[in-house]
Design a protein around this ligand. Structure first.
Ligand code: SDX
Length: 381
């Protein structure tokens, strides 16, 4: 949306403004394609693991077997959090899970030997540690707020499986672990989305990685960004039955209210990530004998088809909520799962920013008054 004000070209929301080059991910909006470091998201979702895709994202190439073994070991060895961090979580346990997470990451900075270092190598070391500990913080908080002690990480489980184990208290089966891994892969990175941009702005001042990630997480929480999956599941619960879908949507459209899980600032075609979670939701619903939510959301998707003509299509958040719900994960944790996946994406983008840094400092067009006369308070009436 470009506006001309006093011959200044205003680009609200910085839409369609290219401020840097990147090699991490390419969001091709008109055709609905997503590429991570040259690899199509469909290939990675189908054939890769979250750990392998994180390696690709932060190192820039797919790992050899020995590189991946080493990387997986470094993640597993870094999963545990100190008792001081558990104490911080206990002290803020009644806050929203995303507020607890950003508080926990801030607290991690107090104990990390590399916190103040902004070299590529130090950022990479911290990035691995934070990527490994974010699931532990999210899971520990959920256990503590339910009056339970946190579960220690299980080194026999992969990243996705261990997260679900620490969160729900039982080891997930292979299909569930695979589905969660796929969900994390498709949420890992996504060009200059609002929260990755926030992380880059922080990193561009040479602020440290912990601070950049806290900025990203605080930004991700917004319902227009990462918070949509929670809104989609709330919508499905409000609809309650597939017979109510049309009337529900009509009422929403009447009030010009947005339908969560649809539309995107870049995609004008279907978000390529959605298909992987649609299929995951279908299979999970079938396996659990709970077709209701998949039926409701499929009907919503069908009724929203006319919006596709305006470039308002289904996005990644539309189906992820039903997957988490069927896994027994409470709605207020949906956004935290997004953060579990996106944190290594922030690390990759902070590394890129640091390697070729320029302070990010756009302009605001001042349209307020000028040359006002200062009147002492006693004379202001
Ligand atoms: C993510 O940027 C990223 O990459 C983000 C993300 C990532 O991986 O990091 O992909 C993750 O954030 C996905 C998006 C999740 N959010 C939602 O699902 C919330 C619902 N969606 C919308 O709020 C909206 O679509 C945005 C904010 C996502 C994008 O909106 P835009 O591009 O700023 O478009 P807009 O707000 O200017 O709307 C243009 C028109 C408006 O109609 P008019 O006022 O012109 O008549 O489209 C309409 C909007 O009302 N519209 C919708 C709609 N989204 C836009 N109408 C109904 N339902 C919707 N969801």
């Amino acid at each position: 949306m470009t506006q001309q004000i006093d011959q200044v070209e205003l680009k609200r929301g910085l839409r369609d403004v290219y401020f840097e080059t990147t090699e991490s991910s390419n969001v091709i909006g008109d055709v609905g394609r997503l590429i991570y470091r040259g690899y199509d998201i469909h290939d990675l979702a189908e054939h890769s693991s979250f750990e392998e895709t994180v390696f690709l994202m932060v190192q820039g190439h797919l790992p050899t077997r020995s590189e991946l073994d080493l990387f997986e070991t470094s993640l597993r060895e870094a999963r545990a959090i100190r008792p001081e961090i558990v104490d911080v979580i206990r002290s803020v346990k009644d806050a929203h899970p995303m507020d607890v997470l950003r508080t926990g990451i801030s607290a991690l900075a107090a104990f990390d030997p590399d916190t103040e270092e902004v070299s590529h190598e130090a950022t990479l070391r911290k990035g691995i540690r934070i990527t490994a500990q974010v699931p532990t913080i999210v899971a520990a908080h959920h256990r503590i707020r339910n009056g339970l002690d946190p579960l220690p990480p299980d080194p026999s489980l992969d990243h996705a499986g261990n997260f679900l184990y620490m969160l729900l208290g039982e080891k997930p089966d292979e299909d569930t672990t695979r589905l969660m891994g796929k969900d994390l892969i498709v949420h890992l990175d996504h060009g200059s989305n609002a929260s990755s941009f926030a992380a880059r702005v922080a990193a561009s001042t040479l602020a440290d990685l912990h601070g950049a990630i806290v900025a990203g997480i605080a930004t991700l929480k917004g319902p227009l960004h990462g918070g949509a999956a929670e809104g989609v599941m709330k919508m499905a619960l409000e609809i309650g039955d597939v017979a109510n879908v049309e009337a529900y949507l009509d009422a929403k459209h009447e009030k010009h209210e947005r339908i969560m899980g649809f539309g995107h600032a870049v995609y004008r075609a279907e978000d390529p990530r959605a298909r992987h979670l649609r299929e995951g939701s279908r299979l999970l619903a079938e396996k659990q004998g709970q077709p209701k939510w998949f039926q409701i959301l499929s009907k919503v998707e069908e009724e929203m088809r006319p919006f596709a003509e305006r470039g308002i299509c289904v996005n990644v958040d539309f189906w992820s909520g039903s997957v988490y719900y069927l896994l027994g994960i409470p709605e207020d944790l949906f956004i935290s799962i997004f953060a579990v996946a996106r944190v290594p994406g922030y690390v990759a983008q902070v590394l890129e920013q640091q390697d070729n840094n320029m302070l990010i400092r756009p302009q605001l067009q001042y349209v307020g008054p000028t040359d006002m006369t200062y009147v002492p308070i006693g004379e202001r009436g």
